[in-house]
Design a protein around this ligand. Sequence first.
Ligand code: NAD
Ligand code: WQD
Length: 331
Amino acid sequence: MTQKIILITGGTGYIGSHAVVAFEQAGYQTVTIDNLSNSSLDAFDGVEKILGYRPIFRQGDIRDWDFLKGVFFEFAFDGVIHFAGLKAVGESCKKPILYHNNNVGGSIELFRIMEEYGVRHIVFSSSATVYHPDNQSPLTEDMRLGTTNPYGTTKLVIEKILEDLARDAQWSVISLRYFNPIGAHPSGYIGEIPSGIPNNLLPYIMDVAIGKRDKVLVFGDDYDTRDGTGVRDYIDVCDLVDAHISAYEYHDSGYTPINIGTGIWVSVLEMIELVQSAIDQTISYEITSRRSGDIAECYANVSLAKKLLWWTATRTIKDSIMNGWNFVSNR
Ligand code: NAD
Ligand code: WQD
């Protein structure tokens, strides 16, 4: 059987680099494209160490039509896993045009070239951020959509474009709505490298653990949750990329959005406690005011992923913390 070639956009990023490893190990040939705007080839060095060879990489921007044309001319793709995009919520509020241009504009160019070359199979990185903040968790895929920041809006707009495209039955489209990805590959060679001050909770806790920052600022302890702090559904990055393989192999025409989480909810204080016991180190923290735009609870109903993809998360939160810690302390 000939090996299927898949295009991975954003494949030198945090989740994309784990996906390159997982797809290669599952028997696919991957071609990664990335403009390195939020990553570096260090991630690919890590990928090479894990695999024992270097997968194909072409540097370029998904908004660059000539670049895309060159790549699609060079390789006969079976389908696409689309990670490329900017993801910082705060930055998106300051630079909405950049986010719409990069995420929406780039995706349109990508879908255009796919259509031109008859490549109509795609798995898209969406986010739980597309759910309206008034929904009550656990969130199901049919709940009301609505966003609170430009980053989230770009994800929702891309979902809508894909839904429109998939009215043509030749297209097979899955949007995976990730909850909160954490952790790293168990080898310690690839993981999350936030640029500047981490926005996300676990990378911030890790910075405190390695002594880079004094204490974790806990954004509010007056939410209507178990201990008053925000509750989220943290999904291991290796489980997450496994879900992409299942989603890619689930061939159905049309458009299907699917939650990818664990269904397990963890508060900020519980996460700090879990890290402390996993790495046997005290993590200082201070309760501060709520962060604007945050909601109390966000966790998934994961029944659809189980039903359609036969996928379920298998790693524990302790596994994710230990692998994340292994990666951070190796660096
Ligand atoms: P990341 O920033 O590590 O990876 C994204 C990659 O895309 C980067 O390597 C960046 O250089 C590249 N990129 C950005 N714009 C590009 C362009 N125009 N052309 C080519 N390459 C471009 O982010 P990640 O955490 O790996 O996230 C991957 C995807 O998953 C993103 O689309 C993100 O929005 C989505 N997502 C992430 C999270 C999360 O918490 N990490 C949650 C939900 C959804
Ligand atoms: C988790 C909890 C914070 C940092 C974001 C994006 C979302 C998605 C995933 C891409 C919350 C609290 C955090 C800190 C804290 N990304 N916290 N101190 O906000 O659920 O989601 O990343 O699609 O779009 O919005 O994740 O890790 O920032 O926060 O107390 O220093 O930790 O208030 O309750 P969030 P997070």
